[in-house]
Write a protein that binds this ligand. Sequence first.
Ligand code: PMP
Ligand code: GLU
Length: 399
Amino acid sequence: MKFSQRILGIKPSATLAVDAKAKELSAQGKNVISFGAGEPDFNSPAAAFEYAKIAMDKGYTHYTASSGMQELRQQICQYYKQRFGVEYKPNQVVVSNGAKPCIYEALAAIVDPGDEVILMAPTWVSYIEQIQLLDGQVKVVDTQDTDYVPVLDRIAQAINSKTTAILLNSPSNPTGVVLEEDLIKGIAELVIKNDLWLIWDEIYERLIYGQARHINPVQLIPELASRTIIINGVSKAYAMTGWRIGYSIAPPELAAKIGAFQSHLTSNPCSIAQWAALGVMRESEQDVIRMRDIFKDRRDLICGLLSEMPFISFPEPDGAFYVFPSIKECIGKSFQGQIITDDQVFCRLLLESEAVAVVPGSAFLAPGHVRLSYACSPDLIEEGMRRLKRFLEKLETSN
Ligand code: PMP
Ligand code: GLU
């Protein structure tokens, strides 16, 4: 049986795979604590259910416009105007089945085979696979030696005649780093000077803690509007991962192409879910703030507990709900006779011995690290950290 070259090269999403494994072990009766997939544990806001129920009662169960309902696209424009002072028109917005396909559709609209897209490493798993699925090339700019903060000169050096886009994610999955104004200005200059696209994934923009501030690049440099594709959605800020609503905002001509692509791929995202998204964007601002404050407490809790542990180090995250510690000091040590040769073995032994699920950093192009999502309750964080500490304390120097 023939499989395409394209599909033979694909790796399943490591974040979703860890989560699936944790769920499978739980179903077998194991008391697993998962710091795997990044998804809020809260219920969606009440407005999601109210609007979804109204939509069902009124029979809004037909196709909507393929790029999303006009009311929702208008609401998204209003959100960008209110939050960032940036003016968009509904014909620049394409609503999809989550933010993930928005990124793929955006990449498909600008990447030809052999084109390079610049990513910061550590980077989110799906960017890598999506670029490769389109026969594009991933060009990595490493940030592991600078506390995950990108260095402008390195980005400049990564640009060449094949570069099509720089893809940035702030706050970052998996590091929680929030990009600062000067760096964004520097990157904007590079984007404009080299005639590139900027794909700006700000799906965690509402989850910012302490002194950190989220900056939208188009608000900062209006000239970027004609070459920036914004990615956002309701999954993270409104705890709506299962409803599958995300969106892209692009210059009108590109948005039309993205919309055409979607019209052949999925048509519109679920009509009921679109109404739910409209409901929360209209009415659930207070829920967003409440959940953000809780995430901040959880960040403080997990960072405090992690900082007391041997053999791991990490910069404190300013946003999203991930911590990305280095476990390089654990490599070469042994656990009950088994040598930890890399981050994958670390994760496997931790899951087998203490039933704690974390994602190997190699999936994010940062071997020697692990990602913990702290979008779970304080009780689970405390118990999970007790187990992790116990695991680390059992590590022995191997001869
Ligand atoms: N971008 C980043 C950086 C993410 O972490 C995620 C999480 N899944 C997405 C996009 C996709 O979000 P969605 O669940 O809306 O597809
Ligand atoms: N984005 C989340 C994560 O990185 C959810 C899983 C996924 O979509 O990959 O864990």
